[in-house]
Design a protein. Structure first.
Length: 192
């Protein structure tokens, strides 16, 4: 999805210097996001992979629910340092020697990304729990729907409204909406 947002970011301005600044901030914010923020969601999901697969292999459906609850709790606790990392991202980037203009814009973008992180954690957790039970189609459908929705919403916000900056906000939400409805229903049914 970042490549779609990167392509649209290049069309935010007609001035070359501003385009370079926007593209640099977009690339740096996504790199910072993946390396320092989303990697926590991947870590929680990876820990969940093996334990849920073992519980599913033993037929312990109740244990899968406990693991799901534990992963959600761990994610909630991890949101505290992640929040502060996003809040002080500009200062962190300036400490690392980044251009002040790029650091300021990247910090604002990361502050917006911060509100999408609970959805990313939820997506990763539900995806891993379902994959451990050999259910993969909801994650595939959610990924495809999220990319198509991102493309349409970003295009609409870029070219048909005055809300140009909102295109970066909404691209994380559809992933969870598609997956949660299906996975929550299946998880509840499995626990019964």
């Amino acid at each position: 999805m970042n490549c779609i947002n990167g392509m649209y970011t290049g069309h935010l301005s007609a001035e070359a210097s501003e385009i370079h600044l926007l593209l640099a901030a977009n690339g740096l914010s996504y790199l910072f996001y993946v390396l320092f923020l989303y990697s926590f969601a991947i870590g929680v999901g990876t820990a969940l992979d093996a334990m849920c697969a073992q519980a599913h292999g033993r037929g312990a459906k109740a244990e899968i629910i406990v693991l799901l609850q534990t992963a959600v709790l761990c994610s909630a606790v991890l949101m505290v340092p992640i929040f502060f990392t996003c809040y002080f991202a500009t200062d962190i980037l300036l400490l690392l020697g980044q251009n002040p203009d790029v650091a300021a814009l990247t910090g604002r973008v990361l502050w917006i990304f911060m509100f999408g992180l609970p959805f990313c954690f939820g997506y990763e957790i539900f995806k891993r729990v379902l994959q451990a039970q050999n259910i993969v189609l909801p994650a595939v459908y959610a990924g495809v729907c999220a990319n198509v929705t991102n493309l349409i919403v970003a295009y609409t916000l870029m070219y048909h409204t005055s809300l140009v900056g909102c295109s970066h906000i909404v691209f994380r939400l559809p992933k969870l909406v598609g997956l949660c409805a299906d996975s929550l229903k299946k998880t509840v049914l499995l626990s019964i």
